[in-house]
Design a binder for this molecule. Structure first.
Ligand code: ADP
Ligand code: MG
Length: 247
């Protein structure tokens, strides 16, 4: 963990409604550069929607998303640049099945970052090595295990050189024996200075890796703090009850 005191991202009073359904009621948080933040909480509480409002896969219905001091929701803000700086790793990997592992990690660099083929190839190879997948560069996603696919998805995401990487339950779709290899790749990434915001149900991992933990329930941050505060001294009854399911 190489956290600094520079706030890189803030959500200010974010709300998100789908029709009548107010899913996010009031989400405010600050993330420092290099920080590892995790979001925990019950299913349906708004964790994914919060991540999707951060990377603008969803448009918040109210509030501000501040990146390096600027509100990215302002009409004249260049969202394309912002989107390239905020990566996301999904539960279902979402690799391109018609491309091999190496090409999966090159295509975004070429199309979005305008990297040359050779540059994209070098970056992709270096990152595939980081996640222990360099010997599979010619494989198609369907030939890999879930854990291997997720490691490729992480290599693809970091090949875009994001400032912030979001993870939405990256191990929830995996067979239990593959969870460890993905968490261990994430642990290594966390030491590189990358800012990470992770939604997870892996409580031991969250406790281990986090600088800050947010407990989201019913569309609000019901509690936040460092791992010791959340796990050993929860102040909110809902947090305590939620955590007791994992003991
Ligand atoms: P979590 O990730 O904590 O399980 P979500 O953010 O996925 O929760 O969902 C919170 C609530 O928002 C759920 O009730 C869900 O059904 C609803 N929701 C999420 N996305 C949409 C959508 N695109 N349209 C309508 N309702 C949605
Ligand atoms: Mg979710």
């Amino acid at each position: 963990m190489t956290e600094t005191n520079e706030t890189i991202l803030s959500l200010k009073h974010i709300q998100k409604a789908f029709g009548e359904h107010q899913v996010l009621r009031d989400i405010s948080l600050d993330i420092n550069k290099g920080e590892i933040a995790t979001i925990i909480g019950p299913s349906g509480g708004g964790k994914s929607t919060t991540l999707r409002c951060i990377n603008l896969l969803e448009e918040p219905t109210a509030g501000e998303v501040i990146f390096h001091g600027e509100n990215v929701l302002e009409p004249n803000y260049n969202r394309n640049i912002y989107r390239a700086k905020v990566g996301m790793v999904f539960q279902q990997f979402d690799l391109f099945e018609n491309k091999n592992v190496l090409a999966n990690c090159m295509v975004g660099q070429e199309l979005v970052l305008k990297h040359s083929k050779e540059e994209a190839r070098q970056v992709a190879l270096a990152n595939l090595k980081k996640v222990g997948m360099e010997q599979y560069i010619n494989a198609r996603p369907s030939q890999l295990s879930g854990g291997q696919q997720q490691r490729v998805a992480i290599a693809r995401a970091i090949s875009m050189d994001p400032e912030i990487l979001l993870f939405d339950e990256p191990t929830s779709a995996l067979d239990p024996e593959m969870v460890g290899e993905v968490l261990s790749v994430m642990q290594n990434l966390a030491t590189t200075g990358l800012t990470m915001i992770i939604v997870t149900h892996e409580m031991a991992f969250a406790r281990d890796i986090s600088d800050q933990i947010f407990f989201i329930s019913d569309g609000v941050i019901a509690e936040q703090g460092n791992p010791d505060q959340l796990f050993n001294h929860p102040q909110n009854e809902k947090t305590a009850k939620f955590l007791s399911n994992f003991q």
